[in-house]
Design a protein around this ligand. Structure first.
Ligand code: GLU
Length: 487
């Protein structure tokens, strides 16, 4: 057997959805694992839903994840064009073939008629679908109706009885009653094909061996299987990926409390490696008890057999955990470069930082690396490293600062620190503790007030480490400022 060919076939109808990207990840990993071909095909036949720039966003998103397609827009390939809107003549040719063979027919029914028909079906609570009025017209009837309706649609003659059965890698043997199927439209009145028709013609012509797509398409598969049959073409291997649920067990949606827009995750500072790991393991597993997979490991271990046949859960806690792990794998230099634009946007550093500013950024970065969950948290987390004029956390002030003992103790700390000749962690540590002891404040009783004075917060990186980075002059000034506050 030749190497697999898989396609990711987005419709450019809006900003990429996390579910679509998950499908692309599975296509990509399968192609990489099998030395196959990963094809990007643009399903742009619904002109009413076309959204400018959505293809560009999709391509940028795939590239951000490091998933370059082998054939498709901005890539070569012998099976193009890869835009369905540029393949209309092919769809017409194959539709004509089915018309000639009596496997498809022109339908002249008006929108009004179809609507009225649907209303009657709904009221009677019967199966809704086209009543096949035009399926068996005589040539004469057809001529008459064509006069009334110059822009008919072309419908496919679905089998009227029996079952359509096929094998799905994830679901096993699947079957649908033909009596519940509709004579679906292949070519619309505007001359554009429907998804069902175009995707089958293209999957065949592009020699797609495995159709990997979301489970929401499973119920459409009988249409596709019957089309393959009608043409006498060999169908691909069907792989319907499990639905994505939220943690409350409902289908992932806007109401799930997490974003479904892929770009939000880029903007919110998730790393591509973490995102790839997360999406790949949303419905797939290698059978091992592990959460971290590098790209190379995913490619090496991916198999269609490892796809779960139960819903996948989108668990943001898991993603956060993974992202933190990947952040901690970065070098300080790399992480500093990644957060730099965000600190610039927050106004903490300028666009062309000096050597000194860069060195400071690196020191700051090394202190927050352990706590950072997403890059987007960095500006908030580092605020006190850059801003002297911060406020004091109210709860923390209530808990750790006393009107009577804190001001004199902080004053002593500031004096001791001002006198230090060496500004290193050990000297700072010793000076702070010694000043505390003079005021009867030991351990946390002096450390918490000093932390509040230096950062305005109750938590953060190690106190003496961050003081060392902030510098002697600033620390002394901050302690004096806090000592003069009434809180
Ligand atoms: N254009 C369809 C979509 O956006 C593709 C479905 C398929 O992969 O067959 O979901």
């Amino acid at each position: 057997m030749s190497n697999p060919r898989v396609r990711f076939a987005p419709s450019p109808t809006g900003s990429p959805h996390i579910g679509n990207i998950r499908t692309a990840v599975f296509d990509y990993l399968f192609a990489e694992h099998t030395n196959g071909t990963f094809i990007l095909r643009v399903e742009d036949t619904d002109r009413t839903r076309y959204v400018e720039n959505s293809l560009e966003e999709m391509m940028a998103g795939l590239r951000w994840l490091g998933m370059q397609w082998d054939e498709g827009p901005e890539a070569d390939g012998a099976h193009g064009p890869y835009f369905q809107s540029e393949r209309l003549n092919l769809y017409h040719k194959y539709a004509q073939q089915l018309l000639d063979e009596g496997k498809a027919y022109y339908c002249y029914c008006s929108r009004e008629r179809l609507e009225a028909m649907r209303k009657v079906q709904e009221a009677a609570k019967t199966h809704t679908g086209y009543d096949r009025k035009c399926r068996d017209l005589t040539p004469k009837e057809r001529e008459e109706r064509a006069r009334e309706c110059p822009a008919p649609v072309i419908r496919f003659k679905m089998a009227l009885d029996g079952r359509t059965e096929f094998d799905d890698i994830v679901r096993g043997r699947v079957g649908f009653d033909n009596s519940l199927q509709d004579d679906f439209v292949m070519i619309k009145a505007d001359g554009f094909p429907t998804y069902h028709f175009a995707s089958i013609v293209d999957d065949h012509l592009m020699e797609i061996t495995h159709v990997i797509r979301g489970e929401e398409w499973l119920s459409s598969a009988p249409k596709h299987v019957q089309l393959y049959d009608a043409f006498g073409w060999k169908p691909p291997v069907w792989v319907h990926l499990p639905l994505i649920m939220d943690t409350s067990g409902k289908k992932l949606s806007k109401r799930s409390g997490v974003s479904t827009a892929f770009y939000d995750y880029i903007e919110n500072g998730y790393l591509p490696e973490a995102m790839l790991n997360f999406l790949a393991t949303m419905g797939w597993g290698s059978g091992e008890d592990r959460k971290l997979y590098s790209r190379a490991e995913l490619v090496e271990k991916f198999s269609l057999e490892g796809i779960a046949n139960h819903p996948a859960i989108f668990d943001i806690a898991k993603l956060n955990d993974l992202n933190g792990e990947y952040i901690r794998m970065l070098s300080v230099d790399d992480l500093a470069n990644m957060i730099r634009p965000r600190l610039h946007a927050a106004g903490y550093i300028n666009g062309m930082p000096s050597e000194e500013e860069l060195a400071y950024l690196k020191s700051v970065t090394s202190l927050i690396r352990d706590r950072l969950v997403t890059l987007a948290e960095a500006p908030e987390m580092v605020e006190f490293f850059y801003n002297d004029d911060f406020g004091y956390d109210e709860k923390g002030a209530k808990k750790h600062l006393s009107k009577e003992t804190t001001p004199p103790a902080l004053k002593s700390v500031s004096e001791k620190l001002a006198g230090l000749e060496m500004w290193d962690v050990e000297s700072i540590d010793a000076a702070v503790r010694a000043a505390g002891v003079e005021h009867g404040l030991e351990g946390g009783h002096i450390i918490h007030p000093v932390r509040m004075a230096i950062t305005g917060r109750t938590w953060g990186p190690g106190l003496f480490d961050l003081m060392q980075v902030i510098g002697q002059k600033k620390c002394v000034a901050r302690l004096q400022r806090a000592a003069s506050q009434t809180f």
